[in-house]
Design a protein. Structure first.
Lengths: 235, 235
């Protein structure tokens, strides 16, 4: 059992943002796996991989990891997917599982990695460009300078309090999954006396409805919306 | 004046962590610039670039940006460097300035970029893998999962309070420049009831004294030391 599972970060969508190590792993592995929530779902990560490396002749395998609210359904789906994956590894093939952005940033891959290692297989993860790092470069903004602090707050049910705290303590704040929370962000910035000009919205990069610009209330933002707030802007 | 300054992130040191866009920019530019604090200083960024792309036949230019405490000395050094850089751009050559890690993470490049744009030139920045993203991948740790928050605190004179706040509010904390602050980190974790097992030290990756392991008080850590604290570990 010498085969290896590679967890391969393919970056934020721009094929130029693949690393040399990612390209090498995708090129050298006989099998490319991609995780989906439902059978037949399209994988953006697979398309990014394909745009940089020819996948011709490779075995392409979909692995369904259900997000069903029912625990038993999720576990059953996970068992099927892991059995399939480990079956390929047992046949002596190396596998590259492709993951959007960086594998350490809000990716469920690390659970899969742990489960595969628990079954006695070898794994290796390859870092990639997180979407917020790419977004900042596209907006021409530094994420942090000097001795500034930095944080990422994903918007969810109970995130308003966290963002409120961050707007008091942190120099640079990236608000992810901000699509439905633009009004909340604006009112929290106002409440904390952070001028709205300090915010830059990065939305649907490279997709329909791409927008890089100021935080404006009366505007529609795409599903993939991140807001970078530089509380102590020095540039 | 159609030439372009590329700010090229070359990643954390591993040549495999260069992106395809970084390789392309280094390959296509006639001139490679690298910033140093003192004339004659070695540039790790340049060595990383050289390990991935042959620099033969290219013009390699050192640009000194002094870090002298005296404001006038820094400004004079900056003027000389910018004149030199803009002279090359005026001659119609594209320039790649190479920068360690990601260009948006504690890099002074963004000041240079702004100054060059203020002089009327075109610039483009290319994102890269930040050291903390690479460190997490090497340690096999996710930076954040689900809806967890994440922050980076660089240790400096007044950073203990910031770390104390982060240990109360944030799910995942990366402490950078931690070399001299191991004792402070340990005592703040204890004060906030965060078990020391939640911390992983990543020190001098790929260099002498490399260490990836638990946070232990009675141990020497290298100069390049980062601590990842997962307050709400779920893996």
């Amino acid at each position: 059992m010498k085969s290896m599972l590679y967890g391969v970060s393919v970056g934020p969508g721009d094929p130029g943002m693949l690393t040399l190590s990612a390209v090498e792993a995708i090129r050298d592995c006989e099998t490319i796996c991609y995780p989906v929530k439902k059978a037949g779902e399209k994988s953006t990560a697979l398309e990014i991989a394909r745009s940089a490396v020819s996948l011709e002749g490779k075995e392409i395998v979909e692995l369904v990891f259900s997000m069903d609210p029912e625990d038993s359904v999720r576990r059953a789906s996970e068992k099927v997917a892991l059995d399939k994956l480990c079956g390929i590894l047992d046949s002596g093939k190396d596998v590259a599982m492709v993951v959007l952005g960086d594998i350490g940033v809000y990716s469920t891959y690390m659970y899969i990695d742990q489960a595969v290692r628990d079954r006695g297989y070898r794994t290796k993860v390859i870092a990639g460009i997180p979407s917020f790092v790419y977004g900042a470069s596209k907006a021409g903004l530094p994420l942090m300078l000097g001795n500034e602090s930095f944080c990422v707050i994903p918007m969810a049910k109970d995130s308003a309090d966290r963002l409120d705290e961050a707007l008091k303590d942190m120099d640079n704040i990236v608000v992810m999954k901000a699509f439905k929370s633009i009004d909340t962000i604006i009112s929290l910035m106002k409440a904390n006396d952070v001028p709205l000009e300090r915010a830059t919205v990065i939305s649907n990069l490279g997709m329909d409805g791409e927008y890089i610009g100021p935080l404006v209330a009366d505007r529609e933002y795409g599903y993939f919306t991140t807001v970078i707030i530089k509380r102590c802007s020095r540039i």
